[in-house]
Design a protein around this ligand. Structure first.
Ligand SMILES: [Zn+2]
Length: 99
């Protein structure tokens, strides 16, 4: 099983129940990664890529894991007053709207 939030299998609906939404799982075969990408739900929803829109909506001081050019990997970045993101690891400032 590829989703830790998938609950009981219901042979009537052919679906697993979902512990996150309390509803039936959207997939025939529970897939938490696909769920996070498509619905931003499930146990993987916080680890996936965040959209630019979502990042612009976040308040100052929010911390989000995004790719850092200097660190060559995902690092936590903190949102600054001007809407740019500063790498918590190397201090590199990234402007998501121009990069
Ligand atoms: Zn960095």
């Amino acid at each position: 099983m590829a989703c830790t939030s998938a609950g009981k299998y219901d042979p009537d609906t052919n679906r697993y129940s979902c512990q996150v939404t309390g509803d039936d799982c959207m997939f025939m075969r529970p897939d938490s990664k696909a769920c996070a990408e498509m619905f931003n739900e499930g146990p993987d929803s916080d680890d996936g890529e965040i959209t630019l829109e979502e990042m612009n909506d976040l308040p100052v001081e929010s911390v989000v894991g995004i790719p850092c050019r200097s660190c060559e990997g995902h690092e936590d970045h903190t949102k600054l007053q001007d809407g740019t993101w500063k790498c918590n690891n190397c201090g590199d400032v990234k402007d998501m709207n121009t990069d």
